[in-house]
Design a protein around this ligand. Structure first.
Ligand code: BTN
Length: 252
C-alpha cells in the first residue's frame, strides 16, 4: 500500500475528512493527520477529546478486497499495528477486544473504523487516536487514560509516531490481504491480547449483558464468551469490561 500523508493543524475529525476524500475517489493509503480535532469521534457516538499537540489523530483510507465476512478484522489488524507501534516507543500495551489499547488497564489509544460506499466501491476509513501527552486531558478521563509521555517520560513527535504507525499498518494490511490473512491476523492478535482467552469479563451488547470467560475468537474476529451456565456466546459487537473479582466458586 502506497502511503500519502495529508496533514492539518486543526480539523473537525480526521475520520470525517478521510470519508470525504474516499467519496471523492481518493486512493487507498491516503492518510489524514491533524494536530488538533474539534469534533473527534469515538465509538458509540462518544466524543474523542483531541486537544492541540496532545495526541496523534490519524485516519487512513482503505479499499479492501477481502471477503465481506472478514471486514471486521480490519479493526483487529489495526490494533495489532498500534500495539507494535507503541512497543517501538518503549511501551508494553494490551489489547482489549475489540479495539482498546491499554497500559495497566488505562486507555492509551482507540480505533474507529467507518465505511463509505464510493464510486470506486466500498471504502473503509480506520481512525486511530494515540495519546502522546496527558497534560491536556480533561478531568473526566484523566483517571481512565494514559499517554506515551506518562508511561515513558519521553515526548515523541506526532510525525515520528505517524511514520511508525503507517509502517506497521502497511505490513499487517498486506498480511490480512494474503492467502491465509484472516487466520494470521487472529493469530497475531492472540499473541498481543490478554483478553483472547481465560479472562473474566462482562460484555454489554445492544440487547444483553453477558458475564463469563473469554474463549478465543471466531475466524471473523468475533469474541467467544463462555457463560457461567456453560453456554457459548459469540459477540460481534459490544463493550468488554474486565471483572475485578472472579465469579464465586462452590466450596468442596
Ligand atoms: C474509541 O476508542 O472510542 C475510538 C476512538 C477513535 C479516535 C480517532 S482520533 C482520529 C480519528 N478521528 C476521529 O474523529 N476519531 C478517530
Amino acid at each position: 500500500m502506497k502511503i500519502t500523508l495529508l496533514t492539518f493543524d486543526s480539523i473537525d475529525s480526521t475520520n470525517t475528512e478521510a470519508l470525504k476524500q474516499a467519496r471523492l475517489a481518493a486512493n487507498e493509503g491516503l492518510c489524514i493527520v491533524a494536530s488538533e480535532q474539534t469534533a473527534g469521534r469515538g465509538r458509540h457516538g462518544r466524543a474523542w477529546i483531541s486537544p492541540p499537540d496532545a495526541g496523534l489523530y490519524f485516519s487512513v483510507v482503505l479499499r479492501p478486497k477481502i471477503a465481506t465476512k472478514f471486514l471486521s478484522l480490519i479493526t483487529l489488524m489495526t490494533g495489532v499495528a498500534v500495539h507494535d507501534t507503541l512497543v517501538e516507543v518503549g511501551i508494553k500495551p494490551d489489547i482489549k477486544w475489540v479495539n482498546d489499547i491499554l497500559v495497566n488497564e488505562r486507555k492509551i489509544s482507540g480505533i474507529l473504523a467507518e465505511t463509505a460506499e464510493t464510486s470506486k466501491g466500498l471504502a473503509v476509513v480506520v481512525g486511530v487516536g494515540i495519546n502522546i501527552r496527558s497534560s491536556n486531558f480533561p478531568v473526566e478521563i484523566a483517571s481512565l487514560a494514559t499517554s506515551i509521555e506518562a508511561e515513558t517520560n519521553t515526548l515523541v513527535s506526532r510525525d515520528e509516531l505517524a511514520e511508525r504507525l503507517t509502517k506497521y499498518l502497511s505490513y499487517f494490511y498486506d498480511v490480512l490481504n494474503g492467502g491465509e490473512g484472516p487466520k494470521q491476523i487472529v493469530e497475531e492478535w492472540k499473541r498481543r491480547s490478554s483478553y483472547f482467552s481465560g479472562k473474566h469479563v462482562r460484555v454489554s451488547t445492544d440487547n444483553e449483558t453477558i458475564t463469563g470467560v473469554t474463549d478465543g475468537l471466531e475466524s471473523n474476529g468475533a469474541l467467544r464468551v463462555i457463560g457461567s451456565d456453560g453456554r457459548i456466546s459469540i459477540i460481534q459487537a459490544g463493550d468488554v469490561e474486565k471483572l475485578r473479582t472472579e465469579p464465586a466458586r462452590s466450596r468442596s
